[in-house]
Design a binder for this molecule. Structure first.
Ligand SMILES: [Ca+2]
Length: 93
């Protein structure tokens, strides 16, 4: 039997999606300008969480392939927590 993979990279990918969401929101909150896309790409590339998630992305398939119920619960909680945090941030703005 092969070794269990864990969920580190999958968790980081969920957190990186939140960072991507924040960056897109920060560019679009004052409306769309043509420079927003270039600024968003610059911000993606300079964001450490996003870079680390991309570096680990190839391992996600293995992690998702052997998820157990505890790991699924943990990933759902990470997603819910990230979602709540983003909503709270948007409500403060
Ligand atoms: Ca804008």
């Amino acid at each position: 039997m092969s070794e269990k993979h864990g969920i580190k990279e999958t968790r980081e990918a969920i957190q990186a999606l939140s960072e991507i969401n924040r960056i897109i929101y920060s560019q679009l909150k004052d409306g769309f300008q043509w420079t927003d896309a270039a600024n968003a790409v610059r911000d993606f590339l300079s964001n450490q969480e996003i870079r680390e998630a991309f570096e680990g992305a190839l391992k996600i398939k293995d992690e998702v392939g052997d998820l157990d119920s505890a790991e699924i619960s943990e990933l759902v909680m990470v997603g819910v927590q990230e979602g709540i945090q983003i909503v709270n941030e948007y409500l403060k703005k």
